[in-house]
Each structure stands twice: as C-alpha cells, then as structure tokens.
Design a protein around this ligand. Sequence first.
Ligand code: TPP
Ligand code: MG
Length: 332
Amino acid sequence: MKKVTKEVYLKWYEDMLFWRKFEDKLAAVYIQQKVRGFLHLYNGQEAVLAGTLHAIDPKKDKLITAYRNHVQPIGMGVDPKRVMAELYGKATGTSQGLGGSMHIFSKEHNFYGGHGIVGGQIPLGAGLAFADKFFKRDGVTLCYMGDGAVRQGSLHETFNLAMLWNLPVVFICENNGYAMGTSVARTSKEQEIWKLGLGFDMPCGPVDGMNPVKVAEAVHEAVERARSGGGPTFLEMKTYRYRGHSMSDAQHYRTKDEVEEYKKIDPITQVKDILLDKKYAKDEDIAKIDKRVKDLVKECEKFAEESDFPDKNVMYDVVYEQEDYPFLQHKL
Ligand SMILES: Cc1ncc(C[n+]2csc(CCOP(=O)(O)OP(=O)(O)O)c2C)c(N)n1
Ligand SMILES: [Mg+2]
C-alpha cells in the first residue's frame, strides 16, 4: 500500500472536514427549503471514503453506492460546486438538476451513483465488474451498501454469481448500526455482518470504519486481490452516523449518549490528533485548513444559489422513449 505520510494525513483531514462541512451546509439550506426531497447525510462515516480513496486508482476503479452519496463523487474528482448545484435542482448540477440528492452520478469520474432502492446497487456493482472482466480492463468496482441492504435477496444472488464468475469487485457494507430507525440487533441474530461472506467462500472480514488507515489497509488488500484475478471480497466497515437517517428523523431509537460515545472516536478528530501529536501540523496550520474548507463551502453555496433552474423543456429530453414500442400509441 502507498505509505501513509504526513501529506496523506493532511489531505485526509482537509478532505474529511470539507465533506463534513459541505453536508452541514446542506442540512442548513434544507431547513430553508432550498434543497428539497430526501437528504441522507454521511456525517461520521467519512473515514470509509478517505481510506478507500487512498487504496484505489480512481482512473480505473469504479464506485457505486446507495443514496448517502454526496461526498463520494467529490472524492472521485467531481467539482463540489456541481454537486451542491444538483442538490439545489439547478441546471449546473451533475444531472442538470434533474436527479437531486439520491442520484448523483458522473460516469467520467467513475462514480456510478446514487441509488434509492435499498440493495439495488449490489447487482449493478457486480455488473460493472463483469464489464471490466469481459472487456479485459483491469479496473475494480467498489460496491457500497448499508447494514439494512445486506438482508435483501439481491445481495445473496449477487454474491453467488460474483464468486462463480470470479468478478473484480469489493463489496463494502457500511454498518452504521441502523437501517432507518431499526438497529442491526433487531433484524439479525448474527450481528457480525462480514460473516455473510463465509457462506459463499468469499474472503471477508470486519474493519474499523472510523479509522482511515485501517480502511485503506483492508481495501488495498481486497483491491489487489480483485485486480490480480483473485475475485471478490466482502468487508464490513464498523462505522456510525451522527445525524438522523434523513432530515425527517426524530431519532427516538437511540440515546444522545450513544451518539456522544461515537463522537469520541470521530475520524476527523482522530486524524487531527495524529497531525498534532506527530507534529505534522501546528495549530496555525489547522486553522488555515479550516479556513480554506469554510471558504470552499461558501463558494459552493454561492455557485448553487446563483445558478439557474433548468429550462422546462429539458424534462422532455430526458424521458425514455422507445420508438418501436408496439402497445401504446405514444406519438400524437
Ligand atoms: C427496496 C427498498 N425497501 C425499503 C426502502 C426504504 N428505505 C430507505 S433507506 C432504508 C434503510 C436502509 O438502511 P441501511 O442499508 O443500513 O443504509 P443507511 O441508511 O444506514 O446508510 C429503507 C428501509 C427502500 N428505499 N428500498
Ligand atoms: Mg445503516
């Protein structure tokens, strides 16, 4: 694995802080009704993305995830201003403002969404890996899902075929403890989710999802296996989300103390402490990064606010139409 140097820690700190603050801003503008529809935030889970990005090659490797999907495309190189604009429903957004929160997508940046159907992205992820294998490209697909998604039939069917066809895919469960308001303990006798891989003879294991170094090490090993023809891996990242499932969640299913406990192992604080302890950065350096992050969030907000809504005609351009559909007369 690439060494985790001072520069890597500095990048992790700045990236993760930016993702956190970018989403804090989204929460604020959501309350002002500038961003509408559903909004699922990634606060707390940032180390999973930071560690992954250290271990992959974003030029060849692909990411696909569920609806908690605002910061992954930014990590893959999409301009954050365009992500913010998409959430505002503006024409300058990644999907011309027509997709919104759950559907960020950028094929050019190897980010394949953004999927609202729980578990729906799991077979799609295997499909992306199948294409890489079929066309003899050496890309690896990283397919993310929540702890709730692993109980969908699609996971079990996909695991079987992915193993049978020896696909270059890494399945990653981000176990944040809850599927909406339902804890893992209420949905499964066996709470070590990674063990689901055992039934398919798939290499699998648990990972500390609050620590980007641990994430990077595990993802590196899995990606190397996949790239060298060794097939799929299933990793369970043990993580936590600080905010509710979506913006309309009263969070009666957990205590404030539980949230505070997890904040003690917050990935951003952990990385900041390493920067200070190892003397990789001084307080003034941290303050400079914090200021850069704040300014960039402001820039994104300004860009989204000032952009125009899409022209109404665009709606008709993006509707799928099959010219030879035989059952309904669709042309007036
Ligand atoms: C097939 C399907 N069933 C139910 C829902 C409603 N739903 C949306 S999110 C969610 C919980 C999923 O939790 P998890 O997989 O743990 O992901 P997290 O939100 O924690 O990231 C449910 C049940 C849905 N979107 N799709
Ligand atoms: Mg969950």
